[in-house]
Design a protein around this ligand. Structure first.
Ligand code: COA
Length: 159
């Protein structure tokens, strides 16, 4: 099966596909508004990447570049990617779509920070993400997880 990761365009079709995802919210609604009011162009690049099954969007994530200037997660501070809204539609979960998207993000070769939702901890562990020491002011209500390209993975036998 092909799992091509595509940069998603902002257009009415993509925004319609987004409605199927649980984490549809302020970001998507403001994209819709910007499109309707011609603030953004039809078919311009969005921060979203996704995988289609036929013509149906079945998995997506959003990636933002963050500057070292505002980095509160890595030591020393560096440019990194913030990954969020990773979601695979229920019928397509556990088939490798989530992993494919995370691997695509890793391909940029910079550190990644994400927030794990409650039940996806095991998934993120499998993707080699780990927690950072808790910082109350920074982490209020969040569960930040990070991945760094230069970290040497402990290779366990049989894994
Ligand atoms: N718990 C435990 N392991 C999980 C998992 C979960 N919730 N989701 C995925 N994994 C494991 C898979 O078994 C697989 O392991 P393997 O490499 O040993 O075979 C690995 O993580 C990669 O899985 P993949 O098929 O790429 O996961 P996915 O495409 O289903 O994407 C999520 C993972 C969490 C992004 C996706 O399931 C999702 O959007 N879920 C909805 C929200 C949520 O958090 N649900 C949790 C279940 S209630």
């Amino acid at each position: 099966m092909h799992m091509n990761v595509e940069r998603l365009k902002v257009n009415y079709k993509t925004l319609e596909e987004f409605k199927k995802f649980k984490e549809y919210g302020v970001q998507e609604l403001s994209m819709l508004e910007d499109l309707q009011e011609n603030i953004i162009e039809d078919n311009c690049d969005s921060p979203f990447y996704g995988i289609y099954y036929g013509d149906k969007l079945v998995a997506r994530m959003s990636l933002y570049e963050r500057s070292a200037k505002y980095d509160l997660y890595f030591d020393p501070p560096q440019n990194y990617l913030e990954l969020w809204k990773l979601e695979v539609l229920p019928d397509y979960q556990f088939k490798g779509y989530g992993k494919r998207l995370v691997e695509f993000a890793k391909g940029f070769g910079v550190p990644i920070k994400t927030n794990s939702r409650m039940k996806s901890k095991e998934f993120w562990e499998k993707m080699d993400f780990h927690t950072v020491p808790y910082d109350m002011e920074r982490d209020l209500g969040q569960n930040p997880l990070v991945w760094h390209p230069n970290e040497v993975k402990d290779k366990k036998p049989n894994s």
